[in-house]
Design a protein around this ligand. Structure first.
Ligand SMILES: NC(=O)c1ccc[n+]([C@@H]2O[C@H](COP(=O)([O-])OP(=O)(O)OC[C@H]3O[C@@H](n4cnc5c(N)ncnc54)[C@H](O)[C@@H]3O)[C@@H](O)[C@H]2O)c1
Ligand SMILES: [Zn+2]
Ligand SMILES: [Zn+2]
Length: 367
């Protein structure tokens, strides 16, 4: 079928919204008619050429939600008409990682996905007979996409796709960091560094877990205002004294849980140092630049602080994204507050500009 899609033709150039060919889903694959897609930093990062593992041409986009149109042979878990959220982090339910409760890093299709192909090593996207690669296994800046069944979470049909799509990446990452990875305990003190989509999600996750004190730290007063809306009990503008202030205001000990959601290694270090002596847990969700390292004084660890990383919030997508979407349907997460702009597919480059200027949290493409 012919579809319209936003193609990264060349690094550093605006995306080209054009017509492509999309082949029918093969065994284990699903054709999805996309309804909405968030514009995320990872899309822009890849478009810039800064990601050494990036490739072009490809159709970007990975925060999609839409409706199942047709299914390939053997697909049982979704059927036409189902509302689905795309998962760049799939869940096969069979690999050693999927069978473990310790991790969400499914091993089933990683290699081909990283190369830009569907699990059988081929692409469904093409132009004039030349294959076009899939991005993060999703390629959702498009009217339709073909994805593996194991990379689609079926979510409640009453969810609005423009909200549901935010659970495909940043929001689930933040919520999951607090709920799954850190497993924040009721009554605790939490400090969240960064108030973008991920940090705000972590604030909401800490609130849902029953944290008593939730401090959100960011450079932007506007974003800190949004953190209040998600449940931050205090908001601080970041400065050189943030760590000292956390220690001082927690009786000299530090916070029970800290979260890093900036991608900056200097802030990661602050998050480690602001964690409590004895049992403080620092959860790192930000993605640092290639080659950067985290500088930590070992004594901080010996004295009982722990550091862990969190990919997609430790969320096992097919099982847990529906649960997170249910939280929004139950009125427990204010998703509307994250949507700052609604744009059409043709305006995708404008979506990147808005993000560059930190104008709003998320632009959502409506298809
Ligand atoms: N782990 C995962 O699976 C996963 C998924 C999605 C995104 N990410 C990463 O999470 C990070 C955050 O993503 P986002 O979409 O929320 O980004 P974002 O750019 O919208 O938010 C980052 C925030 O950090 C703030 N900030 C900058 N310097 C700061 C400082 N010194 N102290 C405190 N705050 C500071 C910025 O003002 C901004 O509000 C990125 O690194 C992103 O790549 C990780
Ligand atoms: Zn993303
Ligand atoms: Zn798996």
């Amino acid at each position: 079928m012919r579809i319209r899609a936003a193609v990264l033709e060349e690094f550093g150039q605006p995306l080209n919204v054009t017509e492509l060919e999309l082949a029918e889903p093969r065994a284990g694959e699903v054709l999805v008619r996309l309804a909405a897609c968030g514009v995320c930093h990872t899309d822009m990062y890849t478009a810039s050429g800064a990601d050494p593992s990036g490739y072009a041409p490809t159709v970007l986009g990975h925060e999609g939600a839409g409706y199942v149109e047709r299914v390939g042979e053997g697909v049982r878990s979704v059927s036409p008409g189902d509302l689905v959220v795309t998962l760049f982090s799939p869940q096969c339910r069979e690999c050693i990682h999927c069978r473990s409760s310790e991790t969400n890093l499914c091993l089933a299709i990683r290699e081909q996905q990283n190369l830009g192909y569907l699990p059988d090593g081929t692409a469904r996207l093409s132009r004039d007979g030349e294959p076009i690669r899939h991005f993060m296994g999703c390629s959702t800046f498009a009217e339709y996409t073909v994805m593996p069944e194991i990379a689609l979470a079926k979510v409640p049909s009453e969810a609005a796709p423009d909200r549901a799509c935010l659970f495909a990446c940043g929001l689930s990452t933040g919520l999951g960091a607090a709920i799954n990875t850190a497993k924040v305990k009721p009554g605790s003190t939490c400090v969240v560094f960064g108030a973008g989509m991920v940090g705000l999600g972590a604030v909401a996750g800490c609130r849902l877990q029953g944290a008593e004190r939730i401090v959100c730290v960011d450079l932007s007063p506007e974003r800190l205002e949004l953190a209040r809306g998600q449940g931050a009990t205090e908001t601080w503008v970041a400065d050189d004294h943030t760590v000292a202030r956390v220690i001082e205001e927690t009786g000299g000990f530090g916070a029970d849980y800290t979260f890093e959601a900036t991608g900056l290694v200097a802030v990661m270090r602050q998050a480690v140092e602001a964690a409590r002596m004895g049992w403080g847990l620092c959860t790192i969700a930000g993605v640092a630049g290639r080659g950067e390292t985290l500088d930590v004084i070992p004594r901080w660890l010996i004295t009982g602080r722990r550091i862990c990383g969190s990919s997609f919030g430790g969320v096992k997508g097919r099982d847990q994204v529906p649960e997170l979407v249910q939280l929004y349907l139950d009125g427990k997460v204010d998703v509307d507050a994250f949507i700052s702009h609604r744009i059409g597919l043709d305006d995708v480059n404008h979506g990147f500009e808005l993000m560059e200027h930190q104008d709003g949290i998320r632009s959502v493409i409506e298809l």
